[in-house]
Design a protein around this ligand. Structure first.
Ligand code: CP
Length: 334
């Protein structure tokens, strides 16, 4: 088992080995147990994390900040308007300065074709570990928290289990593609048969689809893409229906107005997770959503508040898995 994590960036779990990710889960389960017992675990005493949010957040902001407090450190909640980024300060200067003051930097920047590049630019110049709190391509902390939750329900051998990542309709805002992309990548890697379902315009980035196919090939599992929600739900064990924007389609059509995604999505208001569809799934199936959910559009109250739903376990596990990542990368052995 590799125990050398100190200083390692977490931009996508694809860049961590399977062994390293297994260690993260082991540590996360241990920290969850210690949290439940009220046992102190000040593994990052007096350390500082700088959290940079270019977008809103409830779960990510509060789980990272609470996590740092529980680990004995402190997190700064930063937004561009509080920083000189708003006056054009570069990623290089921001990375070098924050590296002098603390021990880690976490960033959420979901702007399409900007976010991941910004995080990588910060990582290039920082001398402390960088954590991706969601970008335009990945939401790795979400995927890790989700997989931890699936382990709790089905055990750590997931062979033969069917995971469905389905698009669902949501009128609230155009959501990034990062959650479905990180999920199909990670779930194939950990041995689940993965079905991706979406209306034809809502396809994921070609590079992600290629990587997912390769993950599935290496793991000896299935990866299929379908355009029918009912077909996808048939016999599935894990249902993850959520909305995302058709940003790759707009790019391919040379459409610059991102609002067009919402207009196109209105053709597919029947893509909702309801009791009838849950009835198509395996008897012991689980319903998952990263939250925030568009109740009444992506999912009915009956499903999200019903017996299949594990959305609050899922939200909680963000805390434990991120604490494990921070404890290993910001602390750990030198
Ligand atoms: N799931 C998730 O990342 O939630 P927030 O946007 O509230 O952080």
């Amino acid at each position: 088992m590799n125990t050398l994590f100190r200083g390692k960036h977490f931009i996508t779990d694809q860049e961590w080995t399977r062994e390293e990710l297994d260690t993260v889960f082991d540590v996360a389960f241990d920290l969850k147990k210690r949290f439940a017992l009220g046992e102190p675990h000040r593994l990052l005493a007096d350390k500082t994390l700088f959290m940079m949010f270019f977008e809103q957040s409830t779960r990510t902001r509060n789980s990272f900040e609470a996590g740092m407090t529980q680990l004995g450190g402190h997190a700064h909640d930063l937004t561009p308007d509080k920083m000189q980024i708003s006056h054009g300060e570069t990623a290089l200067d921001t990375a070098k300065v924050l590296s002098r003051y603390g021990h880690g930097i976490s960033i959420r920047n979901c702007f399409f074709e900007i976010g991941n590049a910004y995080i990588r630019e910060i990582a290039r110049h920082a001398s402390v570990p960088i954590f991706n709190m969601q970008c335009d391509i990945y939401h790795p902390c979400q995927a890790m928290g989700d997989l931890m939750t699936i382990f709790e329900k089905f055990g750590r051998n997931l062979r033969g289990k069917k995971f469905v990542m389905s698009w669902a309709y949501a009128p609230s805002y155009t959501k990034p593609m990062s959650v479905p992309q990180s999920l199909v990548l990670l779930m194939t890697r950990f041995g689940m048969d993965v079905t991706l379902a979406h209306p034809k315009e809502f396809y994921l980035m070609p590079s992600i689809l290629e990587e997912t196919k390769e993950n599935a090939r290496k793991a000896g599992v299935k990866f299929e893409v379908v355009h029918d929600m009912d077909v996808a739900f048939e016999g599935a064990h894990v249902l993850y229906p959520k909305s995302w924007g058709c940003l790759q389609y707009l790019k391919d059509q040379n459409i610059t107005d991102k609002e067009q995604s919402m207009a196109i999505s209105k053709k597919y208001t029947d893509w909702i997770c309801d009791s009838r569809r849950m009835g198509l799934t395996a008897r012991d199936s689980i319903y998952m959503h990263c939250l925030p959910a568009d109740r009444g559009n992506e999912v009915t109250d009956e499903v999200i508040d019903g017996p299949h739903s594990i959305v609050f376990d899922e939200a909680e596990n963000r805390l434990h898995v991120q604490k494990a990542l921070m404890a290993l990368s910001m602390g750990g052995r030198p």
